[in-house]
Write a protein of this length. Structure first.
Lengths: 110, 113
């Protein structure tokens, strides 16, 4: 079992819809959770981080964390074609290395 | 504030050669991590340095090594290059690791012929 699991996709949504990206992790000691966006040929860009159970909103993005169920999700409201990218979930426990999922490819159809 | 910088951005080497990649973290950041990214394997963690000490290490052979200097700049070295080492090598910095956010540089694209 991988430490951080993501559906590879592609997840296809129409422009203006809500895109929901999910991630599960295996280490119950995980304390910090990150979402990165990576465009093809570019490096990952941090878009959200969350440390506590519940929701955290930043513009069109909402990160949701449920430590009891060991999942973290990212919602993108009013999806735009420019949101088409691979979204990487990353998890860290204490000072251990940041562990990445394999990413979910999102396609927003105009 | 300047971001993470990596040099060189592109590199072509032949099998058996060695290569050194450089990373300058965001000013004030003391933790530097290195990753290898390939289409088939995704982002694979190589190692993390904090205050000139290797704090974490991934599952890569000893041909991959790194170091960090007193100004937090870091280098990674790959000796005896193999075709399978062709990848995007990414460096990321954070204040001190732990819960702090990690920011990536643009990467070095290494091609081994």
């Amino acid at each position: 079992q991988k430490e951080v699991e993501q559906n590879s996709g592609p997840l296809s949504v129409p422009e203006g819809a809500i895109a929901s990206l999910n991630c599960t992790y295996s280490d119950r000691g995980s304390q910090s959770f990150f979402w990165y966006r990576q465009y093809s040929g570019k490096s990952p860009e941090l878009i959200m981080f969350i440390y506590s159970n519940g929701d955290k909103e930043d513009g069109r993005f909402t990160a949701q964390l449920n430590k009891a169920s060991q999942y973290v999700s990212l919602l993108i409201r009013d999806s735009q074609p420019s949101d088409s990218a691979t979204y990487l979930c990353a998890v860290r426990a204490g000072r251990r290395a940041l562990t990445f999922g394999s990413g979910t490819r999102l396609q927003v159809q105009p | 504030k300047a971001g993470v910088t990596q040099t060189p951005r592109y590199l072509i080497k032949t099998r058996g050669q060695q290569v050194t990649l450089s990373c300058s973290p965001i000013s004030g950041h003391r933790s530097v991590s290195w990753y290898q990214q390939t289409p088939g394997q995704g982002l694979q963690f190589l190692f993390e340095y904090f205050s000139e000490t290797q704090r974490n290490k991934g599952n890569f052979p000893g041909r991959f090594s790194g170091r960090q200097f007193s100004n937090s700049r870091s280098e990674m070295n790959v000796s005896t290059l193999e075709l399978g080492d062709s990848a995007l090598y990414l460096c990321a910095s954070s204040l001190d690791g732990g819960v702090n956010e990690q920011f990536f540089g643009p990467g070095t694209r290494l091609t081994v012929l």
